[in-house]
Ligand binder design. Structure first.
Ligand code: IDP
Ligand code: MG
Length: 150
């Protein structure tokens, strides 16, 4: 089982898409093992997006992600990193396929509704940035035998 980090960005919260996004993850069969609402500080934003610090959009990205509350989650499932990236869709919502979260709910790369880790290494790093180990719960679901063959 893999774990990945997912976040409804400030625009997703403001537009009332938290339930819709969580619902899509749940309906896929993924399991939420941690969740919280928070306002990201500038320092945390810079750490979360440090790979982009030399990009021209970095300061607007930091302003965007700190502009209001976000909903941060740890999501678990088989191939969770890749599966969630597929559900989320391409970075630019105008290019994202219909049926994906960004494809269905966005038009601008600077307002793309949701974040998801792009690799197992980023997932571990981002989960560690947002959650302490005791905030992440391990629990069984009876329904998992209807989601997974084994
Ligand atoms: P990702 O979120 O699909 O992994 P990244 O390339 O890691 O995409 O970029 C991180 C975030 O930075 C994007 O989700 C988006 O909010 C923002 N971003 C990426 N490229 C641009 C751009 O060209 N202009 C403005 N914002 C951008
Ligand atoms: Mg990324």
């Amino acid at each position: 089982m893999e774990r990945t980090f997912v976040m409804v960005k400030p625009d997703g919260v403001q537009r009332g898409l938290v339930g819709e996004i969580i619902s899509r993850l749940e309906r896929k069969g993924l399991k939420i093992v941690a969740i919280k609402m928070l306002k990201i500080t500038e320092e945390m934003a810079k750490r979360h997006y440090e790979e982009h610090k030399s990009k021209q959009f970095f300061s607007s990205l930091v302003s965007y992600i700190t502009s209001g509350p976000v909903v941060a989650m740890v999501v678990e499932g088989n191939n969770a990193v890749k599966v969630v990236r597929k559900l989320v869709g391409a970075t630019n919502p105008s290019e994202a396929e219909p049926g994906t979260i960004r494809g269905d709910f966005g038009l601008d790369v600077g307002r793309n509704v949701v974040h998801a880790s792009d690799s197992l290494a980023s997932a571990e790093r981002e989960i560690g940035l947002f959650f302490t180990p005791d905030e992440i719960l391990s629990y069984e679901r009876e329904v998992d035998r209807w989601i997974y063959e084994r």
